[in-house]
Design a binder for this molecule. Structure first.
Ligand SMILES: Cc1ncc(C[n+]2csc(CCOP(=O)(O)OP(=O)(O)O)c2C)c(N)n1
Ligand SMILES: [Mg+2]
Length: 782
């Protein structure tokens, strides 16, 4: 109720609480051990308090979105309240000892989005159990004894991710216990619209194991019955921990006493009968009755009780309310204090500047406006400060300079609170790993390029025990292109293995295992099928470091293949969508297998997530095998000039570069000398601004892209022209040559008419030169 009031009085924007789900969470907390993991959702407030990771002060601080990780330790105010997390990382980015602490993976809001990651968290236990010496210091695991505990609302089990995870965990046989908090509703929508037969345990019955066979143990229990809950949770923990058998606990008969959130009331969608039942069966009310009536005779015949009378219980409740009220006051004061100080600093500077300014009246008006705000926040402070500079723009005096400096500095201090930790900010961040060139023996010969990938993975698997590679067809046959040929046999089925066809949970496996100190390489067979996992990638993986303010990470490497393919579902070219949705990951687009292998080697020296898109049509092309496999690196965020030239800069990436190179030969025949730059990485792009240097020389720019118009080419153009400032050096309009707006048609002609061809590139570049010098370069078509 206290939290709700903070929203109603405007101190907090929104609130979502754990009411009606408290008692089963106590039972879960009882059996949750150090080293275990939770992957759950916004209702788990009681659980978090019961394991000691959520105090009343914290409860209010996160409601106010206190932007300080020491205060709102879940997200430093970046997430709504009720999104929990513990810290896996020290301030310097190194791992804490996860085996000796309670672990809560940072929650996300999309319903069932916690499920794929849960699978990986549970699978990590299996790896720590089955792979010898994987964690000799027991920093991550105690021989795989940890359970991954999932929680999910009844309505959220309607999501595909829930069913995909249930099936996959049954196949993998991992120590995962999923609790379903069933209050018969999802916001206002009743179970009859959500779940067949209105019962999730009823429809999951086919997963129940029989005897020693595979499958789940499934429990159904009433959420208000504390003793039964403790019994069920004790059994569930034993089965999952000791037998590595997944467990489902369907916790029924829970309620929504305050409705879903602060956004609405449940009287709007429940009838009187249901409302009466909810009052009667509120789990706290039932537990209170149980506490009052509890009696147990010990060996000496003495009767043990929790409380002796109703009055004693009321006194405890009163005391609890006092603690909460005090915490609320303190949390609010802690939240406001720095901002009140910051406001007075600005007010003083405004006052001084006003005295000198011809616009004194206006500045004083702004000052008054700020001073009159009861509870000023940073937006108020900066809005006024920045507006004042408009009035001062034509004046020049010391006090104005002080004001300007204060505003600049204030922004520099405040902005990171909201923007830091999208990527690693530690020394070994991926973009800090230096280039180590591939080296070759004098007599090195050309081989099918897949061999480089394969032998490089072989070296990495030998070097790093914590690497695990998995995906559809990755195990037995060593991937569809044989980049992993023979590696399962050599490194074992626990380390190189097949999965079902279920992209979202393949990524989930990777995220969860990466969060527990392993180095998974999850394979998505073709780039076009990555979209099944898009929600998991964009909502969970890409935001993890950001949403936990750098306190959690999942250094997952995703290996896929695409580039310049044919057909609607096999085009391999949707880079623009990745760039837009996957900020927080690195998007790497190597032009050949040596470059790709170099990226894997770079990533293994760092601890950040990335997607490497190999060229599907490059595995059988010939490349020489470097003699420093596992060691040479491709730097991240660095472009490479693959042909120098003077007339025009061409930027492209992936296997389109082969076509660009071909076109460049034709162009040189007509006297056009192009410079070709391989972008190599789309996120981040060209940190050294080498393309700018090239444009300074050529004064012309063409971007060639296999993606749709406005896709990755628009991004590259913006980066080069706006961010790098190439605009100032251009003598011709910059041009993008892209695929058509539709998905590519199939077949060779489909490709020719869908994606940029050698002709398209020749003509596009020629046109730029023709416009510049029409006498030398005659029009091709008129
Ligand atoms: C993918 C997605 N769709 C919709 C929402 C909005 N939403 C938030 S909670 C919720 C209902 C969830 O109900 P349930 O799973 O039963 O959990 P409960 O809140 O009842 O505990 C919905 C629809 C969301 N967060 N994510
Ligand atoms: Mg519900």
């Amino acid at each position: 109720m206290s939290g709700r009031r903070e929203v109603l009085t405007g101190k907090a924007k929104f609130g979502i609480f754990g009411s009606g789900k408290e008692v089963p969470q106590l039972a879960m907390a009882k059996v949750f051990q150090k080293g275990d993991w939770r992957s759950g959702y916004y209702r788990d407030q009681t659980f978090m308090m019961a394991i000691g990771e959520y105090a009343p002060h914290h409860f209010f601080s996160s409601l106010y979105a206190h932007a300080d990780i020491e205060v709102d330790s879940y997200s430093a105010g970046r997430q709504m309240n009720g999104h929990f997390a513990t810290h896996s990382l020290n301030d310097d980015g190194t791992w804490k000892n996860l085996a000796q602490q309670y672990n809560v993976s940072a929650d996300i809001s999309p319903t069932a989005g916690q499920m794929p990651r849960l699978l990986g968290l549970a699978e990590a236990s299996k790896k720590y159990k089955n792979i010898k010496d994987l964690d000799p210091k027991h920093k991550f695991s105690n021989e795989g004894n940890e359970i991954a505990w999932g929680t999910i609302g009844n309505a959220s089990t309607s999501e595909g991710l829930f069913f995909e995870t249930i099936n996959a965990a049954g196949v993998l046989k991992v120590p995962m216990v999923i609790s379903i908090w069933d209050d018969a509703y999802g916001i206002s929508v009743h179970a009859k619209h959500q779940t067949t037969k209105e019962s999730i345990s009823e429809i999951l019955k086919g997963f129940q194991r029989e005897g020693k066979g595979s499958g789940y143990e499934i429990f159904v229990v009433d959420g208000w019955n504390y003793t039964q809950l403790v019994d069920v949770y004790t059994k569930a923990a034993r089965i999952a921990r000791q037998e590595h058998v997944p467990v489902i606990i369907h916790v029924k008969e829970l309620t929504q006493p305050l409705g879903h959130s602060t956004s609405g009331s449940h009287e709007r969608y429940k009838n009187q009968e249901r409302l009466n039942w909810e009052k009667e069966f509120d789990c706290l009310k039932k537990m209170r009755e149980w506490l009052l009536n509890f009696e147990l005779e010990d060996q000496d015949g003495e009767v043990l009780k929790f409380v002796n009378s109703e009055e004693e219980l009321v006194a405890i409740e009163k005391e609890a309310k006092k603690i909460v009220s005090k915490a609320k006051r303190e949390a609010w004061n802690d939240y406001m204090k720095p901002m009140i100080q910051e406001r007075s600093q600005l007010l003083k500077l405004l006052e001084k500047a006003a005295l000198k300014s011809e616009n004194e009246i206006f500045i004083n008006r702004l000052k008054r406006e700020l001073a009159e705000i009861d509870e000023p926040i940073r937006k108020n402070i900066l809005t006024i400060g920045r507006k004042s500079l408009i009035y001062l723009r034509e004046e020049d005096f010391k006090e104005k300079e002080q004001l300007q400096n204060w505003i600049k500095e204030y922004r520099e201090i405040q902005q990171p609170k909201y923007s830091a930790h999208l990527y690693s900010e530690h020394e070994n961040k991926a973009t800090n790993i230096p280039e180590v060139e591939a080296q070759y023996d004098d007599d090195s010969e050309d081989f099918d390029a897949r061999i480089i990938i394969r032998d490089n993975f072989d070296t990495l698997l030998s070097k790093h025990r914590e690497i695990l590679i998995f995906g559809e067809d990755s195990g037995k046959i060593g991937d569809v292109n044989q980049g992993l040929e023979g590696l399962q046999k050599k490194h074992g089925e626990e380390r190189v293995y097949d999965t079902g066809i279920r992209e979202a949970t393949i990524i989930g496996q990777g995220i969860g295992m990466a969060m527990r100190g392993l180095r998974p390489i999850a394979e998505i067979q073709y780039l076009d099928y990555l979209f099944y996992a898009t929600q998991v990638l964009t909502d969970d993986l890409a935001t993890l470091r950001y949403r936990s303010f750098g306190k959690q990470m999942a250094p997952l490497i995703i290996r896929t293949r695409g580039h310049r393919l044919e057909g609607i579902w096999h085009s391999g070219s949707q880079m623009g969508s990745l760039i837009n949705l996957f900020r927080g990951l690195y998007i790497l687009v190597p032009r050949n297998m040596t470059k790709a292998a170099g990226f894997y080697n770079t990533l293994m020296q760092s601890n950040e997530p990335a997607i490497v898109i190999e060229n599907l049509n490059g595995y059988r092309l010939k490349e020489k095998i470097p003699n420093n496999l596992g060691e040479f690196t491709t730097p991240i965020g660095v472009v490479e000039t693959i042909k120098e030239g003077t007339d025009i800069t061409l930027v492209s990436y992936g296997s389109t570069l082969k076509i660009v190179e071909e076109a460049s030969k034709d162009l040189s025949q007509v006297g056009i000398d192009v410079e070709i730059i391989d972008a190599q990485c789309l996120l981040p792009f060209d940190l050294n601004e080498d393309v700018l240097l090239s444009v300074q020389k050529t004064n012309r720019l063409v971007i060639i892209d296999e993606d749709i118009p406005g896709g990755a080419s628009a991004y590259l153009l913006d980066e080069i022209v706006n961010t790098q400032g190439a605009y100032y050096h251009l003598d011709s309009k910059p041009v993008t040559i892209t695929a058509k707006a539709h998905r590519p048609a199939y077949g060779t002609d489909g490709d020719y008419f869908s994606k940029p061809s050698v002709n398209d590139i020749f003509e596009g570049v020629y046109k730029v030169m023709q416009e510049y010098d029409p006498v030398k370069f005659k029009s091709l078509y008129s």
